[in-house]
Ligand binder design. Structure first.
Ligand code: AMP
Length: 212
């Protein structure tokens, strides 16, 4: 199954992506995570990329498309994959169609007022990458330590209110139009994503099973 998960920052893509990939045994390809691993680990390396990401701007299509084309040639992608955070522009969507058209695009829809709270409260484990909301960590008295693996809890640099505002504008301008692009191809699956994560997961699994 070749899938794209589409949704604004803070719509829960990371959480749902991990669950879908486990359920359908496909690799999770997050271009944001790949960028952080391959290009953003060292603050001295590639300053322009750092600046763009830190300000909530997209990085050039060519760089992302090249990363993706290499990644999907790897053996684990033979039976499918799930893109999280890709494509984000019309040019990326057209490129992906030329490379390897996907079967379905799951769109997570969340009202804007919820999104700011979700992103500004987002914390991530520096070891296992698990995402949490600060309120969930506070509730179990584990604000600094990952309850899953014991790793250190951190906040992503681009999860601050100014950058989040810009990321949302960029999403509305450049990524939201892909909803129409994939609807026209008959590939769009819309899911209301403002409820409990486990209910959203159940709904996604149900809709994806109808495809197979
Ligand atoms: P994410 O982890 O998906 O929120 O991505 C973090 C940041 O990486 C984004 O705000 C962009 O600056 C950059 N990025 C990730 N994926 C893409 C993409 N497909 N196209 C352009 N920039 C991207």
């Amino acid at each position: 199954m070749k899938l794209v998960l589409l949704g604004a920052p803070g719509s829960g893509k990371g959480t749902q992506a991990a669950r879908i990939c486990e359920e359908f045994s496909i690799p999770h390809i997050s271009t944001g995570a790949m960028l952080r691993e391959q290009h953003l680990n060292n603050p001295e390396h590639n300053k322009e990329l750092h600046e763009r990401v830190a300000h909530g701007e997209l990085v050039p299509d060519e760089l992302i498309n090249e990363m993706v084309s290499e990644r999907i040639r790897e053996a684990d992608c033979k039976n499918g994959f799930l893109f999280d955070g890709y494509p984000r522009t019309n040019a990326q969507a057209v490129y992906l169609d030329s490379l390897c058209p996907v079967d379905a695009v799951v769109r997570l829809e969340v009202p804007m007022d919820l999104i700011m709270d979700r992103i500004c409260g987002r914390r991530v484990c520096s070891e296992c990458g698990e995402n949490y909301h600060i309120s969930a960590l506070t509730a179990i008295g584990s604000e600094d330590t990952c309850p899953k693996c014991g790793g250190r809890i951190t906040t992503r640099k681009d999860d601050n209110p100014d950058t989040v505002k810009r990321r949302l504008e960029v999403y509305a301008e450049q990524t939201q139009p892909l909803v129409g692009y994939y609807a026209a191809q008959g590939k769009l699956i819309e899911v209301a994503a403002d409820g409990r994560p486990e209910d959203i997961t159940r709904e996604i699994f149900k809709l994806l099973r109808e495809l197979t």
